[in-house]
Write a protein that binds this ligand. Structure first.
Ligand SMILES: NC(=O)c1ccc[n+]([C@@H]2O[C@H](COP(=O)([O-])OP(=O)(O)OC[C@H]3O[C@@H](n4cnc5c(N)ncnc54)[C@H](O)[C@@H]3O)[C@@H](O)[C@H]2O)c1
Length: 282
């Protein structure tokens, strides 16, 4: 099946970027949030991103306007019914994702593909909440999705070849390369990367170095675009902690969350989105 219309559920850090990927590539894009306030915030982030890209000369004003015009915002999940592909980007919580997939399965046309942006959870378990596990898969977009060249696909136990092919083709139209992982906790990228983020919090709390030095070591020494602590602030410390806890639950004690990470989340210091995480963003 050829994908023409895409639905994105959840318009937070990832969802608004995923919507940008598809809208800029010419797909008609329906975006759904739980509340009008969050929908408005997500749409404002989309507009700001497009305006900045136009200012920088990365796209014309007309292209930015056209991309924005392709996005149809809603707070009614049933409006997603027209989509050929739905990408879910809600909280990293297995019950929330399963409940949403059951609902999407009821709402969407039988041939529609349902994708999850989960970072660490089982695609097979999420797909099992539907009557179409063959048409479900993981599409793990990386932050910032609108700029990252890669999407990590993961195949649930029942994911069909046709489903994978249709999604690879749609992502190619978006200019994205894909890698394929089996359905294993955190797939390839986060299996390697989340422990690095967690370890950076252990190192910081043990006084190995300052936050700035830890980040600078990874940027200059390892060639990372952002150091692990700054990257955690960008992703959201709550989101990082959810991922570490999920790895801990699935793979054992080696992945125990750093107490400092837990403490910062308890304090409400979630990173850029709350203007304070490891660093401050006045
Ligand atoms: N933040 C990252 O760096 C990152 C990177 C890759 C993947 N992910 C994954 O992407 C997913 C989303 O993460 P995020 O960082 O964007 O989270 P987020 O908290 O920024 O956004 C989630 C959004 O989903 C909305 N939502 C929740 N339930 C909903 C529902 N039933 N219908 C509509 N909207 C709903 C919330 O209102 C919220 O705005 C998670 O599974 C996460 O693990 C995150």
């Amino acid at each position: 099946m050829k994908v023409e219309t895409v639905g994105v559920v959840g318009l937070g850090t990832m969802g608004h970027q995923i919507a940008l990927v598809f809208a800029q590539a010419g797909f008609s894009t329906i975006v759904c949030e739980e509340t009008a306030e969050r929908l408005e915030r997500g749409m404002a982030q989309i507009s700001t991103f497009l305006a900045r890209r136009a200012e920088k000369g990365k796209l014309t004003k007309a292209e930015a306007d056209q991309a924005l015009a392709r996005i149809q915002p809603t707070t009614t999940l049933a409006d997603i019914a027209a989509a050929d592909l739905v990408v879910e980007a809600v909280f990293e919580d297995i019950e929330a994702k399963r409940a949403l997939f059951t609902e999407l399965d009821r709402i969407c046309k039988p041939e529609a593909i349902l994708a999850t942006n989960t970072s660490t959870l089982s695609v097979t378990e999420i797909a099992a909440a539907t009557t179409r596990p063959g048409r479900c898969l993981g599409t793990h977009f990386l932050i910032p999705a609108a700029l990252s060249p890669l999407v990590e696909l993961s195949r649930g136990l029942e994911t069909s070849d046709e489903t994978l092919e249709a999604v690879v083709e749609a992502l190619k139209r978006c200019g994205k390369e894909t890698v394929l992982s089996q359905d294993s906790p955190a797939f390839i990228i986060n299996r390697l990367y989340i422990p690095l983020l967690n370890e950076a919090f252990w190192a910081l709390q043990e006084g190995v170095a300052t936050a700035e030095e830890i980040d600078r070591a990874c940027v200059k020494g390892l060639g990372h675009p952002l150091g692990p602590l700054a990257a955690s602030d960008a992703s959201g410390l709550d989101v990082v902690l959810d991922c570490v806890e999920s790895l801990h639950a699935q793979l054992g004690d080696k992945y125990r969350p750093a107490p400092l990470l837990v403490k910062l989340v308890k304090a409400g210091r979630l990173g850029r989105k709350t203007k304070r995480g490891v660093y401050s963003y006045p």
